[in-house]
Design a protein. Structure first.
Length: 366
């Protein structure tokens, strides 16, 4: 399973350059608006040092990491909700991703013209948020009319949708992100059904230069962006596309030395992936054996049969039980066989929620 992050931002903020740097893709990047028309897609492996360890313990023939899909969506402009720029085509692409990455520019370069005339990441993020909210408002108002007609039949689901849509419209009409009860499963499911863009999981990626990266949170523009994003419950991840491109040309050992020289502990790619995983409440479990060691990604709370189904549908269909050893026990006792001999293997049934770091073996019968 791979999750997808859609890069969204104004033209000429460096989305395609950042996309190329993070996934070594072939997206076109140039100094004019709408260089990206159709979304570019890149698949990158999710870094996880535990895989290498498991592979050595089980003498695996190969390592298969989990993956992340980056989608470089065409630039949004002020008025997109009313059809400006690529309008509805742009908005349609956003709805197909798991998480939105709002890319804003925080680098100065006289050779790259900003579509708004100057560099102001807070203003750029305001434009993006406003356009997405206006698009949702328009969609909800049209949906409301349909719900109103269907509600007359006495359908309780239509009545609930009508009432919720009215509340969401009121928030959006006041320029607020729509509020709903995140602890009410029915309401959460209704919001998902409505397909709002501005309630999708999202974070901000600030495309910075090296100096801004070093002074992150200490200079005025980055602090203003952090504060504004926090007011919308958005995390900000600073990434320097230029440095990511350089790191991408190095082997692992050289990259580590390069990062240490810069005073960094991880690459921008790793920060983006970690933020996305946290945002989407993803956990990683493993299968490990002589053939391969592989990482699998599921949402926290996923039950054992559904997690097994990520490996193969037959494993879910004929699920009997799941044998589980934690990663820490695998390391402490030197592999599956020794951990099992030490009594660390657990037998879990259909109600077990798979945890991050579980190493599993599924028993099934079809």
């Amino acid at each position: 399973m791979s999750f997808s992050c859609g890069f969204v931002g104004l033209p000429n903020v460096g989305k395609s350059t950042l996309f190329n740097a993070l996934c070594k893709g072939g997206a076109a990047s140039a100094n004019f608006p709408f260089c990206t028309i159709e979304p570019n897609t890149g698949i990158v492996p999710v870094p996880d040092s535990r895989l290498e360890v498991l592979s050595k313990l089980e003498h695996s023939g190969r390592i298969v990491p989990a993956s992340l899909k980056f989608i470089d969506i065409a630039g949004l402009v002020k008025g997109a909700s009313e059809g400006q720029g690529l309008g509805n085509q742009f908005l349609g692409h956003i709805r197909n991703v798991d998480a939105i990455v709002h890319v804003v520019r925080l680098f100065d370069d006289g050779d790259v013209v900003h579509v708004q005339g100057d560099v102001d990441p807070v203003r750029d993020l305001e434009i993006i948020m406003t356009e997405l909210m206006l698009a949702d408002l328009d969609m909800l108002e049209r949906r409301l009319e349909r719900s109103k007609k269907q509600m007359r039949s006495g359908d309780p689901e239509m009545k609930a949708e009508f009432e919720l849509a009215n509340r969401l419209i009121a928030d959006l009409g006041e320029g607020r992100l729509p509020a709903y009860d995140h602890d009410d499963p029915r309401e959460v499911e209704l919001v998902k059904t409505l397909g709002l863009i501005c309630t999708m999981p999202a974070f901000v990626c600030a495309n910075v230069d090296e100096n801004t990266l070093r002074a992150w949170g200490k200079e005025p523009r980055s602090q203003a962006l952090i504060d504004y994003a926090a007011s919308h419950k958005l995390e900000v991840v600073p990434v320097c596309a230029k440095l990511e491109e350089e790191i991408g040309q190095l082997d692992d050992d050289e990259a580590q030395i390069f990062l240490e020289d810069l005073g960094l502990t991880e690459t921008g790619l790793t920060k983006v992936i970690r933020t996305g995983y946290t945002l989407l409440k993803y956990v990683t479990f493993f299968t490990a054996g002589e053939m391969e060691s592989r990482a699998w990604t599921v949402t926290a709370g996923t039950l054992a049969p559904q997690a097994a189904g990520k490996i193969h549908t037959d494993l879910m269909r004929g699920f009997i039980r799941m044998e589980v050893i934690t990663y820490d026990d695998m390391v402490q006792f030197g592999g599956w066989t020794k951990a099992q001999a030490a009594g660390k293997l657990r037998i879990e049934g259909k109600e077990y929620e798979v945890k991050d770091g579980d190493v599993i073996h599924v028993r099934f019968s079809v």
